[in-house]
Design a protein around this ligand. Structure first.
Ligand code: CAO
Length: 415
């Protein structure tokens, strides 16, 4: 049995944040029933399409292992079917604009009336407060959660990151909240609300910057490169380029071939414990005992000089060569991997982190697999459903409709 086998999820999610959550639950064996508007479906099916009239990779990569039922939850017959689905499911997940479920007539109070064991989980852009009614997409959350103002190069515009920390990040929080509420239900016998705001999720991931905001009151942030460069700090945490976020200074440095290969770089961390190894590798053995370089405190004043010297060495080596040399010496480094390199990395295929999936309309494509590995509940990635592929099956099996009732629902345009 899979870890979440027997758990039935009523999936009202769309776009990225909600579907990330329900896909994760489906990978662990939950029966995820994705409810989509008849004829329309999740908007991402048609967004960024690379093959005309075929579900986009955006959609397929977020909706594996789910079943799709079409249902107009605003029509009377649709509401009747939806009510039955609420009765039969353990969890309902949604990430519509604030108030959309209430406008359909399914407030939290109404849902509890229908099924007191129901766990009702939502993603919104903001929690209660002045922005609670706003519609929010990824980059808005990154900006409002403190990520953009602390990302990018000093003196340049705020920067959003390619990692979808607002959408997928909040989806992960929501999945964790749902599983926690399911566990709580085993004691309490009752469902509860689970709410995750994207701003909160981003801020939670930016905690080191909130830490630094408070440290700033007690003086400059010495480990930021700008300190050693003599650039004064303002009253808010500045953008720190590629400086390491922790207590061990690090930077992105050029490697051999950087002039033509945009990803020929390495991240290099001058971990204090292995400083002597760093000195030997880069050909600066005299720095091991020199009081200007021998201690982390002394080096903080000359990070530019230190990293310039390391870069002179890294530029003579390929990024993987840097890794091969540094790893045995315990010097933490990491090649900057392009998406192409990651897609072609067979070790990631072997662990199921990247999976090749076959789709009836698009053929074979790559997707990310489950990043959480359970020894007794391995995840097998199953292709995403076509729009309404399981409508009849779900109406029969879950709602208990006869063929005649299904026909009536179809004739009325409810499914
Ligand atoms: N049957 C009938 N109506 C349906 C339906 C169904 N099966 N499914 C959805 N709808 C309706 C909704 O009820 C809503 O109608 P009303 O506006 O009349 O209440 C309408 O479709 C559209 O929903 P929406 O406002 O959520 O969609 P949008 O494209 O305008 O906004 C988004 C998208 C993402 C900005 C908004 O949903 C949002 O802010 N969500 C919360 C934050 C979030 O998750 N953001 C992440 C986005 S990327 O992951």
């Amino acid at each position: 049995m899979k870890a979440l086998e027997g758990v039935r999820i009523l999936d009202m999610t769309h776009v990225q944040s909600g579907p990330t959550c329900t896909q994760l639950l489906a990978w662990f064996g939950a029966d995820v029933i994705k409810v989509e508007r008849p004829g329309v479906g999740d908007a991402t099916r048609g967004q960024l399409q690379d093959i005309p009239d075929v579900d986009s990779l955006y959609f397929t990569m977020l909706n594996h292992n789910k079943r799709s039922v079409t249902l107009n939850t605003k029509a009377d017959k649709g509401k009747e079917i939806f009510t039955k689905l609420i009765e039969e499911c353990d969890v309902m997940v949604e990430n519509f604009a604030p108030g959309a479920l209430d406008r359909m007539g399914f407030s939290w109070e109404r849902i509890q009336e229908i099924n007191p064991r129901m766990i009702y989980a939502s993603v919104k852009g903001f929690g209660p407060g002045p922005y609670a009614d706003c519609k929010v997409y990824e980059n808005v959350a990154q900006c409002a959660g403190g990520s953009a103002s602390t990302t990018g190069m000093l003196g340049e515009v705020p920067m959003v990151t390619g990692a979808q920390i607002g959408d997928s990040g909040t989806g992960l929080n929501l999945a964790f909240g749902i599983v926690t509420a399911l566990f709580h239900r085993t004691h309490s016998g009752k469902g509860q609300r689970v709410e995750c705001a994207m701003q909160d999720g981003v801020l939670n991931l930016c905690r080191v910057k909130l830490r630094d905001q408070q440290r700033l009151a007690h003086g400059p942030l010495d480990e930021y490169s700008q300190a050693g460069s003599g650039v004064p700090f303002g009253d808010a945490v500045p953008r720190a380029g590629n400086d390491s976020g922790g207590g061990q200074p690090g930077r992105i440095l050029k490697c051999k071939g950087w002039e033509t290969d945009p990803d020929s770089y390495t991240y290099f961390i001058t971990q204090a414990a292995v400083w002597k190894n760093v000195c030997d590798v880069i050909g600066k053995p005299e720095w091991k005992e020199d009081p200007d370089y021998a201690t982390p405190k002394a080096r903080l004043q000359r990070l530019d000089e230190v990293f310039d010297a390391i870069e002179v060495w890294t530029m003579t080596k390929g990024k993987f060569e840097v890794m091969e040399i540094c790893n045995p010496l315990n010097i933490p480094v990491g090649p900057i991997l392009s998406m192409k390199e990651i897609a072609e990395d067979m070790s990631l295929r072997e662990t199921g982190t990247i999976v090749e999936v076959d789709h009836p309309e698009r053929g074979k494509y790559l997707t990310v697999g489950n990043p959480v590995k359970l020894s007794d509940s391995p995840s097998e990635v199953v292709r995403s459903p076509l729009l309404g592929e399981h409508t009849d099956e779900i109406l029969k099996e879950v709602v208990g409709f006869s063929d005649e009732e299904i026909k009536i629902a179809k004739d009325e345009g409810a499914v």
